[in-house]
Design a protein around this ligand. Structure first.
Ligand SMILES: O=C(O)CCC(=O)C(=O)O
Ligand SMILES: [Fe+2]
Length: 328
Protein backbone atom coordinates (compact mmCIF):
# COMPACT_ATOMS: atom_id res chain seq x y z
CA UNK A 1 0.00 0.00 0.00
CA UNK A 2 1.42 3.41 -0.96
CA UNK A 3 1.59 6.08 1.76
CA UNK A 4 -0.99 8.67 0.78
CA UNK A 5 -3.68 11.00 2.14
CA UNK A 6 -7.46 10.95 2.53
CA UNK A 7 -8.01 14.63 3.33
CA UNK A 8 -6.22 17.93 2.82
CA UNK A 9 -4.46 19.15 5.99
CA UNK A 10 -4.80 22.60 7.54
CA UNK A 11 -1.78 24.74 8.37
CA UNK A 12 -2.20 27.86 10.50
CA UNK A 13 -0.23 30.83 9.14
CA UNK A 14 -0.58 32.72 12.44
CA UNK A 15 1.03 29.81 14.31
CA UNK A 16 3.81 29.64 11.72
CA UNK A 17 4.62 33.25 12.55
CA UNK A 18 4.50 32.84 16.32
CA UNK A 19 7.87 31.77 17.79
CA UNK A 20 6.10 29.68 20.44
CA UNK A 21 4.13 27.53 17.97
CA UNK A 22 6.34 27.84 14.88
CA UNK A 23 8.23 24.53 15.10
CA UNK A 24 5.08 22.50 15.64
CA UNK A 25 3.35 24.16 12.69
CA UNK A 26 6.43 23.85 10.45
CA UNK A 27 6.28 20.10 11.02
CA UNK A 28 2.67 20.09 9.75
CA UNK A 29 3.66 22.19 6.76
CA UNK A 30 6.46 19.81 5.90
CA UNK A 31 4.20 16.78 6.14
CA UNK A 32 1.64 18.48 3.85
CA UNK A 33 4.36 19.40 1.35
CA UNK A 34 5.83 15.90 1.21
CA UNK A 35 2.72 13.79 1.41
CA UNK A 36 -0.12 15.79 -0.15
CA UNK A 37 1.15 18.72 -2.23
CA UNK A 38 -2.00 20.58 -1.09
CA UNK A 39 -2.97 22.31 2.16
CA UNK A 40 -5.41 24.82 3.56
CA UNK A 41 -3.62 27.92 4.81
CA UNK A 42 -5.73 29.48 7.55
CA UNK A 43 -5.41 32.63 9.62
CA UNK A 44 -3.50 34.52 6.89
CA UNK A 45 -4.79 38.02 7.65
CA UNK A 46 -6.21 38.24 4.10
CA UNK A 47 -9.75 37.23 5.12
CA UNK A 48 -11.25 40.70 4.51
CA UNK A 49 -9.56 40.97 1.11
CA UNK A 50 -10.88 37.54 0.06
CA UNK A 51 -14.35 38.38 1.25
CA UNK A 52 -14.50 41.74 -0.52
CA UNK A 53 -13.02 40.37 -3.76
CA UNK A 54 -15.56 37.53 -3.86
CA UNK A 55 -18.32 40.10 -3.39
CA UNK A 56 -16.96 42.10 -6.29
CA UNK A 57 -16.26 39.52 -9.02
CA UNK A 58 -19.78 38.42 -10.05
CA UNK A 59 -20.11 41.99 -11.32
CA UNK A 60 -17.21 41.51 -13.77
CA UNK A 61 -18.81 38.41 -15.25
CA UNK A 62 -22.17 40.18 -15.46
CA UNK A 63 -20.72 42.79 -17.85
CA UNK A 64 -22.09 42.56 -21.38
CA UNK A 65 -20.43 40.22 -23.87
CA UNK A 66 -19.20 43.25 -25.85
CA UNK A 67 -17.59 44.86 -22.81
CA UNK A 68 -15.92 41.60 -21.75
CA UNK A 69 -14.66 40.94 -25.25
CA UNK A 70 -12.97 44.36 -25.34
CA UNK A 71 -10.37 42.77 -23.08
CA UNK A 72 -10.34 39.37 -24.84
CA UNK A 73 -7.21 37.29 -24.22
CA UNK A 74 -6.93 36.89 -27.96
CA UNK A 75 -5.46 40.43 -28.07
CA UNK A 76 -2.70 39.63 -25.59
CA UNK A 77 0.63 37.93 -26.44
CA UNK A 78 0.96 37.47 -22.66
CA UNK A 79 -2.28 35.46 -22.46
CA UNK A 80 -3.87 38.05 -20.17
CA UNK A 81 -7.51 39.08 -20.37
CA UNK A 82 -10.93 37.54 -20.76
CA UNK A 83 -11.69 33.96 -21.86
CA UNK A 84 -15.29 33.12 -22.71
CA UNK A 85 -17.10 29.98 -21.56
CA UNK A 86 -16.07 26.79 -23.36
CA UNK A 87 -12.89 28.18 -24.95
CA UNK A 88 -10.54 25.99 -22.92
CA UNK A 89 -9.90 22.24 -22.91
CA UNK A 90 -8.20 20.07 -20.33
CA UNK A 91 -7.53 16.33 -20.71
CA UNK A 92 -9.23 16.49 -24.15
CA UNK A 93 -12.57 17.72 -22.76
CA UNK A 94 -14.08 21.20 -22.80
CA UNK A 95 -13.90 23.04 -19.48
CA UNK A 96 -17.11 24.67 -18.36
CA UNK A 97 -15.77 27.97 -17.05
CA UNK A 98 -15.30 31.63 -17.90
CA UNK A 99 -12.36 33.67 -16.66
CA UNK A 100 -10.27 36.82 -16.46
CA UNK A 101 -6.48 36.45 -16.27
CA UNK A 102 -4.24 39.19 -14.87
CA UNK A 103 -0.50 39.57 -14.33
CA UNK A 104 1.48 41.53 -11.71
CA UNK A 105 1.33 45.19 -12.69
CA UNK A 106 4.43 47.13 -13.71
CA UNK A 107 6.22 44.48 -15.78
CA UNK A 108 8.82 45.99 -18.13
CA UNK A 109 7.28 46.47 -21.60
CA UNK A 110 8.53 44.06 -24.27
CA UNK A 111 10.88 45.49 -26.91
CA UNK A 112 11.83 44.14 -30.33
CA UNK A 113 15.30 43.15 -29.14
CA UNK A 114 14.01 41.16 -26.13
CA UNK A 115 13.68 37.38 -26.47
CA UNK A 116 10.34 36.43 -27.98
CA UNK A 117 9.18 34.46 -24.93
CA UNK A 118 9.61 37.56 -22.78
CA UNK A 119 6.22 38.59 -24.14
CA UNK A 120 4.65 36.04 -21.77
CA UNK A 121 5.08 38.81 -19.18
CA UNK A 122 3.11 41.85 -20.25
CA UNK A 123 0.46 44.48 -19.53
CA UNK A 124 -3.03 43.77 -18.23
CA UNK A 125 -6.33 44.29 -19.96
CA UNK A 126 -8.69 45.38 -17.21
CA UNK A 127 -12.45 44.94 -17.55
CA UNK A 128 -14.31 48.20 -17.86
CA UNK A 129 -15.80 48.29 -14.34
CA UNK A 130 -15.33 50.90 -11.60
CA UNK A 131 -12.07 50.43 -9.65
CA UNK A 132 -11.27 47.13 -11.43
CA UNK A 133 -7.59 48.09 -11.76
CA UNK A 134 -7.32 49.16 -8.10
CA UNK A 135 -9.09 46.02 -6.85
CA UNK A 136 -6.78 43.77 -8.86
CA UNK A 137 -3.60 45.64 -7.99
CA UNK A 138 -4.42 45.51 -4.29
CA UNK A 139 -4.92 41.75 -4.58
CA UNK A 140 -1.54 41.35 -6.27
CA UNK A 141 0.24 43.30 -3.53
CA UNK A 142 -1.35 41.46 -0.61
CA UNK A 143 -1.33 37.95 -2.11
CA UNK A 144 2.23 38.49 -3.40
CA UNK A 145 3.50 39.40 0.07
CA UNK A 146 1.81 36.40 1.62
CA UNK A 147 3.17 34.09 -1.08
CA UNK A 148 6.77 35.25 -0.54
CA UNK A 149 6.48 34.81 3.21
CA UNK A 150 4.94 31.37 2.68
CA UNK A 151 7.82 30.33 0.43
CA UNK A 152 10.30 31.31 3.16
CA UNK A 153 8.40 29.16 5.63
CA UNK A 154 8.39 26.24 3.20
CA UNK A 155 12.18 26.54 2.95
CA UNK A 156 12.42 26.53 6.75
CA UNK A 157 10.13 23.53 6.96
CA UNK A 158 12.61 21.70 4.70
CA UNK A 159 15.52 22.76 6.96
CA UNK A 160 16.80 25.16 4.29
CA UNK A 161 17.66 28.87 4.73
CA UNK A 162 14.46 30.97 4.35
CA UNK A 163 15.62 32.75 1.17
CA UNK A 164 16.62 29.53 -0.67
CA UNK A 165 13.86 29.78 -3.29
CA UNK A 166 13.88 33.57 -3.81
CA UNK A 167 16.25 33.24 -6.75
CA UNK A 168 13.59 31.28 -8.68
CA UNK A 169 10.79 33.81 -8.35
CA UNK A 170 9.77 35.38 -11.66
CA UNK A 171 8.83 38.97 -12.47
CA UNK A 172 5.18 38.26 -12.98
CA UNK A 173 2.64 36.38 -10.89
CA UNK A 174 -0.76 35.55 -12.30
CA UNK A 175 -4.23 36.02 -10.86
CA UNK A 176 -7.52 34.72 -12.19
CA UNK A 177 -11.14 35.41 -11.51
CA UNK A 178 -13.06 32.28 -12.48
CA UNK A 179 -16.76 31.56 -12.85
CA UNK A 180 -18.08 28.01 -13.22
CA UNK A 181 -21.75 28.23 -14.22
CA UNK A 182 -24.13 25.55 -12.96
CA UNK A 183 -24.16 22.64 -15.39
CA UNK A 184 -25.56 19.13 -15.76
CA UNK A 185 -24.33 16.58 -13.16
CA UNK A 186 -20.72 15.39 -13.68
CA UNK A 187 -19.77 18.20 -16.05
CA UNK A 188 -16.11 19.20 -16.09
CA UNK A 189 -15.44 22.60 -14.50
CA UNK A 190 -11.75 22.13 -15.17
CA UNK A 191 -10.33 18.71 -15.98
CA UNK A 192 -7.51 16.84 -14.20
CA UNK A 193 -4.23 18.75 -14.35
CA UNK A 194 -1.18 19.86 -12.37
CA UNK A 195 -0.47 23.58 -12.18
CA UNK A 196 2.44 24.09 -14.48
CA UNK A 197 3.57 27.67 -14.80
CA UNK A 198 4.97 28.61 -11.42
CA UNK A 199 5.98 27.74 -7.87
CA UNK A 200 2.82 27.71 -5.69
CA UNK A 201 -0.90 28.40 -6.20
CA UNK A 202 -3.00 30.20 -3.57
CA UNK A 203 -6.67 29.59 -4.28
CA UNK A 204 -9.66 31.24 -2.69
CA UNK A 205 -12.83 29.28 -3.40
CA UNK A 206 -16.36 30.35 -2.52
CA UNK A 207 -18.67 28.12 -0.47
CA UNK A 208 -19.93 25.96 -3.38
CA UNK A 209 -17.41 23.06 -3.41
CA UNK A 210 -16.30 20.88 -6.33
CA UNK A 211 -12.49 20.99 -6.02
CA UNK A 212 -10.89 17.55 -5.75
CA UNK A 213 -7.32 16.24 -5.58
CA UNK A 214 -6.01 12.86 -6.64
CA UNK A 215 -4.19 10.75 -4.06
CA UNK A 216 -1.56 8.13 -4.84
CA UNK A 217 -4.17 5.35 -4.77
CA UNK A 218 -6.06 7.03 -7.60
CA UNK A 219 -8.92 8.26 -5.37
CA UNK A 220 -10.41 11.73 -5.79
CA UNK A 221 -10.39 13.51 -2.42
CA UNK A 222 -12.75 16.46 -1.85
CA UNK A 223 -11.32 19.82 -0.87
CA UNK A 224 -14.46 21.34 0.67
CA UNK A 225 -14.58 25.11 1.25
CA UNK A 226 -13.11 26.33 4.54
CA UNK A 227 -14.26 29.88 5.22
CA UNK A 228 -11.46 32.47 4.99
CA UNK A 229 -8.76 29.95 4.03
CA UNK A 230 -6.55 29.70 0.97
CA UNK A 231 -5.97 26.33 -0.65
CA UNK A 232 -2.26 26.21 -1.44
CA UNK A 233 -0.68 23.73 -3.82
CA UNK A 234 2.72 22.97 -5.27
CA UNK A 235 3.20 23.76 -8.96
CA UNK A 236 5.47 21.92 -11.38
CA UNK A 237 8.06 24.71 -11.28
CA UNK A 238 8.64 24.04 -7.59
CA UNK A 239 8.58 20.30 -8.20
CA UNK A 240 11.40 20.72 -10.72
CA UNK A 241 13.48 22.97 -8.45
CA UNK A 242 13.25 20.40 -5.65
CA UNK A 243 14.11 17.53 -7.98
CA UNK A 244 10.61 16.07 -7.61
CA UNK A 245 10.87 15.70 -3.82
CA UNK A 246 8.08 18.28 -3.39
CA UNK A 247 5.66 17.09 -6.03
CA UNK A 248 2.72 18.81 -7.74
CA UNK A 249 -0.60 17.01 -7.23
CA UNK A 250 -3.27 16.45 -9.88
CA UNK A 251 -6.57 18.20 -9.22
CA UNK A 252 -9.84 19.08 -10.94
CA UNK A 253 -13.09 20.95 -10.41
CA UNK A 254 -16.50 19.35 -10.91
CA UNK A 255 -18.93 21.89 -12.34
CA UNK A 256 -21.61 22.94 -9.84
CA UNK A 257 -25.17 21.82 -10.53
CA UNK A 258 -27.25 24.31 -8.51
CA UNK A 259 -25.57 27.71 -8.76
CA UNK A 260 -22.41 29.26 -10.19
CA UNK A 261 -19.11 28.76 -8.38
CA UNK A 262 -16.50 31.53 -8.23
CA UNK A 263 -12.83 31.08 -7.43
CA UNK A 264 -9.70 33.23 -7.30
CA UNK A 265 -6.40 31.42 -7.94
CA UNK A 266 -3.14 33.35 -7.52
CA UNK A 267 -0.09 31.71 -9.13
CA UNK A 268 3.35 32.62 -7.79
CA UNK A 269 5.46 32.85 -10.96
CA UNK A 270 8.76 31.16 -11.69
CA UNK A 271 11.65 32.90 -13.52
CA UNK A 272 11.09 32.37 -17.23
CA UNK A 273 14.79 32.54 -18.07
CA UNK A 274 15.76 29.61 -15.82
CA UNK A 275 17.77 27.22 -17.95
CA UNK A 276 17.69 23.46 -17.77
CA UNK A 277 21.28 23.24 -16.41
CA UNK A 278 20.40 25.79 -13.70
CA UNK A 279 17.31 23.82 -12.77
CA UNK A 280 19.22 20.55 -12.58
CA UNK A 281 21.98 22.09 -10.51
CA UNK A 282 19.49 23.58 -8.10
CA UNK A 283 17.57 20.35 -7.84
CA UNK A 284 20.74 18.40 -7.05
CA UNK A 285 21.82 20.98 -4.47
CA UNK A 286 18.44 21.17 -2.76
CA UNK A 287 17.63 17.47 -2.81
CA UNK A 288 20.92 16.71 -1.06
CA UNK A 289 19.96 19.00 1.80
CA UNK A 290 16.31 18.08 2.28
CA UNK A 291 16.12 15.57 5.11
CA UNK A 292 13.91 12.85 3.66
CA UNK A 293 14.70 9.18 3.45
CA UNK A 294 16.80 8.12 0.47
CA UNK A 295 14.00 5.86 -0.61
CA UNK A 296 11.52 8.73 -0.80
CA UNK A 297 14.03 10.91 -2.66
CA UNK A 298 14.62 8.16 -5.17
CA UNK A 299 10.93 7.54 -5.71
CA UNK A 300 10.13 11.20 -6.16
CA UNK A 301 13.06 12.17 -8.32
CA UNK A 302 11.73 9.59 -10.77
CA UNK A 303 8.53 11.64 -11.23
CA UNK A 304 8.34 12.90 -14.79
CA UNK A 305 8.29 16.68 -15.04
CA UNK A 306 8.05 18.60 -18.27
CA UNK A 307 10.29 21.22 -16.66
CA UNK A 308 13.16 18.74 -16.63
CA UNK A 309 12.59 17.46 -20.13
CA UNK A 310 15.65 17.70 -22.37
CA UNK A 311 13.25 18.97 -25.06
CA UNK A 312 13.24 22.37 -23.41
CA UNK A 313 16.17 24.74 -23.07
CA UNK A 314 14.56 27.06 -20.53
CA UNK A 315 11.38 27.32 -18.49
CA UNK A 316 9.88 29.73 -21.00
CA UNK A 317 9.82 27.06 -23.69
CA UNK A 318 7.70 24.75 -21.52
CA UNK A 319 4.85 27.26 -21.63
CA UNK A 320 3.70 27.77 -25.16
CA UNK A 321 0.06 26.82 -24.74
CA UNK A 322 -2.72 29.13 -23.75
CA UNK A 323 -4.66 26.42 -21.96
CA UNK A 324 -1.67 25.65 -19.73
CA UNK A 325 -1.16 29.29 -18.91
CA UNK A 326 -4.74 29.96 -18.12
CA UNK A 327 -4.86 27.00 -15.74
CA UNK A 328 -1.68 28.12 -14.04
O1 LIG B 1 -11.16 27.00 -9.47
C1 LIG B 1 -10.58 26.20 -8.74
O2 LIG B 1 -11.01 25.88 -7.64
C2 LIG B 1 -9.28 25.57 -9.20
C3 LIG B 1 -8.79 26.12 -10.48
C4 LIG B 1 -7.53 25.49 -10.96
O3 LIG B 1 -7.17 24.42 -10.57
C5 LIG B 1 -6.70 26.22 -11.92
O4 LIG B 1 -7.16 27.21 -12.50
O5 LIG B 1 -5.53 25.81 -12.10
FE1 LIG C 1 -5.10 24.12 -11.02
Amino acid sequence: MVETFSSVPKVDFGRLNNPVTKQEELAKLREAIFLVGFLYLTNTGLEDLLHSTHKRIPEFFALSKEVKEKCDMINSPSFLGYTRLGAETTASKTDFREQFDFGSPGVKPWRDDDPFWQQLEGPNQYPDAPDAKETIEEYFTKAGNLAKRFMHLVAESLSLPPATFDQFKGNMDRLKFVKYPAGPPNSQGVGPHKDSTGLFTFLSQDDTGGLQVLNKNGQWIDVPPVEGSLVVNIQQGFEAITGGVCAATTHRVLAPTQRARFSIPFFLGVRLDLTLPELKESAAHIVQRIPVSDDKKKRDVDVASEFLSPLYSCVCSTMPFQSDLSRG
